[in-house]
Design a protein around this ligand. Structure first.
Ligand code: MLT
Length: 401
């Protein structure tokens, strides 16, 4: 008899956002409301900026003539895009990342999950609690629900930030600005993690998908702003949240050439080579048309347009944050992040508040406990909606609480 990967049996029955969709569908089928406001999954709502759309149109035209048609592209991504990323996201910020350290992909969700392919199963993996569920679920899929997964408590008392582990850890996932809590790490805090990692020979998997939302100049946008992070960290970046690509799919992962692992026999292996080998075997590259769309993000016009989108969403974040603070609620995030993390009113648990908001206010949010046990009693609302709907959501909350 063939066998399945029994690690899957250790996962919760469905992925958090599927569970929420199902609850919302059930609610609508029982009460067909037409005024639902979705502040749940972090999915963008504004249309693509015109510079990006134009670039896609011209790429579509290229695909339609024999002279300019393109088939398989380079698995690591086209150099026209990798060079722009190296220049604008890194070099212009004083960071040295070369195009051959950049791997274009179809989303940070895939890359943060797939990175485990190049890591040994014996590693002790530290994951914050609460956390974006992909890191934990994909780790469980690979190594099971074993003692090799160490949860780092990020509770309100700690400002929802992790402390350096006291026990041995080989790999740690960090996401800043954080999903779900919207908290950020200062340069000093991130520097502590880099130093810890270098001292312990550990690897940091740094998810910077929300860097575009950072307003405070003292908050690092990239882990490579910290000295020697290129020797201990892989960075994941996405076009989903800054440029509205949740439906297009494009992201990139930086695996520095100076990032090495030691084999049992003492020799060194480059993670950049391993990831290249993994991607060229299991991935045939991101669409040419989508990569041309991503390239347009780096034009002068593209930079202005994506900046305006981020500002639009940050306006919503401040509406949510400030209105709830004015009610006397306990609120985190929303200042350098599109996520506002709040303590549920009246000591409700996360799902009870979810149900109340859905039933009484017709608002969908995300229960904090879905991100881990430290999220129990908390709730996440996103800034990804229109100003009008965000304001209406606040009106409804004010009426009901
Ligand atoms: C979220 O809501 O946490 C995000 O949409 C997750 C993601 O980008 O996959």
């Amino acid at each position: 008899m063939f066998r399945i990967n029994e690690n899957f049996l250790n996962l919760s029955e469905s992925y958090l956002f599927n569970q929420i969709s199902k609850k919302v569908d059930d609610f609508i089928s029982y009460k067909p409301v037409t005024d639902l406001i979705r502040l749940g999954i972090g999915d963008v709502t504004l249309p693509l900026p015109s510079s990006i759309v134009r670039s896609m149109h011209s790429a579509v035209n290229e695909m339609s003539t024999i002279e300019t048609f393109r088939g398989y592209g380079p698995e690591q991504g086209y150099s026209f895009l990798r060079e722009r990323i190296a220049e604008v996201d890194y070099s212009q910020r004083g960071i040295n990342v070369s195009p051959d350290e950049i791997f274009i992909s179809d989303g940070s969700k895939s890359d943060t999950g797939n990175i485990g392919d190049i890591l040994g199963d014996d590693n002790v993996i530290a994951i914050t609690d609460p956390v974006y569920p992909v890191y934990l679920d994909t780790t469980i899929m690979r190594i099971g629900k074993s003692g090799k997964i160490l949860l780092l408590n990020c509770d309100e008392e700690r400002g929802f930030l992790p402390e350096l582990p006291n026990e041995h850890v080989d790999v740690v996932y960090l996401c800043y600005p954080n999903n779900p809590t919207g908290t950020v790490m200062t340069k000093q805090e991130l520097k502590k993690w880099v130093e810890w990692s270098l001292e312990n020979g550990s690897l940091i998997l740094f998810d910077a998908a929300y860097e575009a939302y950072i307003q405070d100049e003292n908050i690092p946008k990239s882990i490579y702003e910290i000295e020697n992070a290129d020797k201990c960290a892989i960075e994941f970046r996405s076009f989903s949240k800054n440029a509205g690509f949740t439906g297009l799919r494009c992201s990139f992962t930086v695996v520095p050439k100076s990032l090495m692992s030691k084999l049992k026999n003492g020799s060194e292996v480059s993670l950049n080579n391993l990831w290249k080998r993994r991607q060229s075997t299991k991935f045939n590259g991101t669409d040419y048309i989508v990569q041309r769309a991503a390239e347009a993000v780096y034009t002068a016009e593209g930079q202005i347009e994506v900046g305006e989108m981020v500002n639009y969403y940050m306006h919503n974040a401040s509406i949510i944050r400030n209105s709830l603070l004015m009610k006397g609620w306990t609120v985190f995030g929303g200042e350098n992040s599109p996520y506002v993390w709040l303590k549920c009113p009246h000591e409700l648990d996360s799902w009870a508040f979810f149900d109340q908001l859905l039933n009484n206010c017709h608002i969908v949010g995300t229960p904090g406990v879905g991100f881990g046990s430290n999220g129990q009693g908390y709730f996440r609302m996103t800034a990804f909606n229109s100003h009008e709907k965000t304001e209406e959501a606040i009106r409804r909350i004010n009426t009901n609480y």
